[in-house]
Ligand binder design. Structure first.
Ligand code: ADP
Length: 394
């Protein structure tokens, strides 16, 4: 009888043992055959696969990886996995590597890789740790989806939107100049009103004071609206810079600015793990800030609960921010995404009506969509999408 440790099962499900000195040849042949098939599946897989050790040194790659990246297998083995990562993304790659070797599995991480010739490749990665028989981590497997074709298809249709983009740009420029020019006389009016208020001290009755105070408040509000209009029209230029963006970090940043408002409301916030997408991180922070800020502002009778998550649907990530607040009537579902549009019944609550228009603009510049589903009195869920492998916008 063979001595040694149970490492494999026969086709009939019987366990067999391997030891240094005693081997059943049939069993050995079966094990070899099985190993051959497994390595063939690995080498012939359609998508690139890399195996690296704990230090991040490549120890194996398949033929698809050789083809996509232009490196020979023997050239890349022994090199750092960062060889296929552009230098500005090394820190992010290191962070992901460390998370993996601590046991985390990362799915559908959007990233940029570099080929041997220096060309960049948009990719979607799945990374998971591999461990020894004793359960100790020994390395990381990376499977890669090359998104270049998807990106090329997306770029084949720019002309449909080009004219619209141009006219939007013209309108934005007009809004920016008009808003800029309007602010100067407005600030003048506010200053004169304040001087008038001081000048009239003890000379007019309480009613006249009240009227002046109202005029000051109206001018201040108008200035706030003009400032938000300026901000709205300057948003477009910032969206050019897209990079692999960890949405968990984005959410954390958005929540940190809303912390005290959330504490005041004793809000419960829950979120699913969010993906890494190609986006502009600071603009994405604004989207989360606006949506969560609105959930706080339009709280209902229940104590506030906010739930945030994302799922991969075909070629796009679908994010959601769900609240149990006052909800929105269906006739407003589209209108609230237009600039300065608010639900009539909430006009006493603070706001300028521009937050969702900003979100829409940001999301659309990432080639995504935004919409709301809501039941009045029960809550609202805002959805927005970011396409996988978002092409850079002009
Ligand atoms: P603002 O919040 O400054 O009013 P927004 O553009 O962010 O402007 O929102 C437009 C309107 O949409 C709000 O005035 C409100 O009526 C409605 N709204 C937005 N988010 C919510 C929400 N989570 N729950 C209920 N109503 C909302």
């Amino acid at each position: 009888m063979a001595r040694g440790k149970v490492v494999e099962h026969t086709r009939e499900g019987k366990s067999f043992k391997l030891s240094r000195d005693v081997l059943d040849t049939t069993e050995l042949e079966y094990a070899e055959e099985k190993l051959f098939h497994i390595s063939k599946v690995f080498m012939d897989a359609v998508d690139p696969i890399f195996i690296r050790d704990l230090e991040g040194t490549v120890i194996e790659l398949n033929r698809a990886a050789e083809q996509t990246y232009g490196w020979c297998r023997t050239e890349l083995i022994g090199k750092s996995i960062k060889t296929i990562v552009p230098p500005d993304l090394h820190a992010l790659a290191q962070e992901i590597h460390e998370r993996c070797i601590q046991g985390e599995k990362l799915e559908n991480v959007e990233a940029i890789h570099a080929t041997k010739s220096g060309a960049t490749v948009p990719v979607l990665l799945t990374l998971y740790p591999i461990s020894s028989e004793r359960g100790e981590p020994v390395g990381v497997v990376t499977t890669v989806k090359d998104l270049s074709n998807l990106k090329r298809i997306q770029e084949m249709f720019p002309s449909q939107t080009e004219a619209l983009e141009r006219s939007n740009k013209d309108l934005e420029e007009f809004a920016y100049i008009a808003a800029h020019e309007l602010r100067e006389p407005l600030i003048g009016v506010a200053t004169y009103l304040k001087v008038l208020e001081r000048y009239l001290t003890h000379k007019v009755d309480a009613q006249a004071y009240k009227l002046i105070a109202r005029a000051v408040a109206a001018v201040t509000r108008m200035d706030r609206l003009i400032q938000s209009l300026l901000w709205h029209s300057s948003l477009a230029s910032e969206t050019k810079h897209l990079e692999p963006t960890d949405c968990n970090v984005v959410l954390e940043e958005a929540l940190s600015t809303l912390r005290s408002a959330l504490e005041d409301r004793e809000a419960t916030i829950k979120n699913e793990p969010l993906p890494t997408v190609m986006a502009n991180p600071s603009l994405l922070v604004q989207v989360f800030q606006n949506l969560i800020g609105n959930a706080i502002k339009f709280v209902g009778d229940e104590s506030l609960e906010i739930y945030i998550g994302a799922s991969l649907e075909e070629s796009e990530w679908k994010f959601f921010v769900k609240d149990n607040g006052m909800g929105i009537e269906p006739p407003y579902f589209d209108r609230i995404f237009r600039i300065f549009q608010r639900v009539d019944s909430i006009k006493d609550r603070p706001g300028t009506g521009i937050g969702l228009a900003n979100c829409k603009k940001i999301v659309e510049h990432h080639r995504g969509r935004i919409w709301v589903e809501s039941s009045p009195g029960k809550g609202s869920t805002f959805f927005f999408t970011i396409p996988v492998g978002t092409p850079s916008v002009t």
